[in-house]
Ligand binder design. Sequence first.
Ligand SMILES: [Zn+2]
Length: 171
Amino acid sequence: MGGFGSGRNRQRRDTVDDSLTLSMKDLRRLGFLHGRRSGVVCWNWGDALLARIGVESVMDRRRAYIRLSYAAADRGGRKRSFDYLVQLDGDSCRFGGQQWYFRCPACDRRVRLLHLPEGGDVFACRHCYDLTYESAQTHDARYPSLRRGVSALAHWMTNSRADARAGAPRP
Ligand SMILES: [Zn+2]
């Protein structure tokens, strides 16, 4: 995930704001979580692409999961490929609709957010990565723009390859 957070002070604990965050709310907004959908989710910082991952969601009567595929660099800068499933867990709302949660791939907690800090491998909950919130740490003036960019970021985009394959009607 080129350049993301590079040069950061390693003594400092990772924070939620410095990580890539995948939220259930955004997945829903992007049109995932209905039937079978696949696309690419991107994190941008201004015009710069911070990271992109392949996402496929499979939701039917028997199964509810997302599949994530991407390459991420470890702390030594070595690129590794990842491709795995994250199970989803739903609560039915009394008046229709469903509240969905991720099952953290590392600890199985039900969470609404998954994070991938720099040097991390799989998206996991903040407990697993021991992430803090920014306000809990002293302000570090060397990285104001990174922080602002990442927290403001979340400019997402999708493409609907699955729909195209399924022969979805065109306008
Ligand atoms: Zn966890």
